[in-house]
Ligand binder design. Structure first.
Ligand SMILES: [Zn+2]
Length: 148
């Protein structure tokens, strides 16, 4: 039998999970009136917390949230249409340029101009680096917004 009184965690375990309690804890509580009072206080606290009704709001929260969704989604669809139109326009312009200047490009790559090839590769790599950095920055910003 313990001479000291039980800790809070032992009292809580006895109050809410008596089957998992150690034998010495059960014996102490059966003999000690102070620890028995603490167990009863925990049980009373638990039942009073369970008897508190669920909080109710004075207004219809779901309706207000849905109203917010409706206004933002309409604004976003306009922006999305603009972005899609811009993407389609740029793809058409690039496709037209490739089709129109294909003979020029083929002649340019046929001539063994290593300087111009190196220049082209440098430009392509720098554009790729800028795009990767931009994607990483926007990704980290979005993750910070989500608080990950
Ligand atoms: Zn005790």
């Amino acid at each position: 039998m313990k001479n000291k009184h039980l800790t809070d965690s032992e009292i809580q375990q006895f109050a809410f999970d008596k089957a998992e309690c150690k034998k010495e804890v059960v014996e102490h509580i059966s003999s000690c009136s102070l620890c028995k009072q603490r167990v009863e206080a925990y049980l009373l606290l638990s039942t009073s917390i369970k008897s508190i009704p669920d909080p109710a709001l004075g207004f219809d929260l779901s309706n207000r949230v849905m109203m917010q969704f409706d206004t933002t989604s309409k604004k976003k669809t306009l922006l999305d249409y603009f972005v899609y139109a811009f993407i389609i326009l740029s793809i058409t312009v690039v496709g037209f340029c490739i089709a129109y200047f294909s003979s020029v490009f083929i002649n340019w790559f046929k001539g063994n101009s290593t300087v111009s090839m190196a220049f082209l590769i440098c430009i392509a790599l720098s554009i790729l680096m800028i795009l990767i950095i931009d994607i990483m920055k926007s990704h980290s910003r979005k993750m910070k917004m989500l608080k990950f």
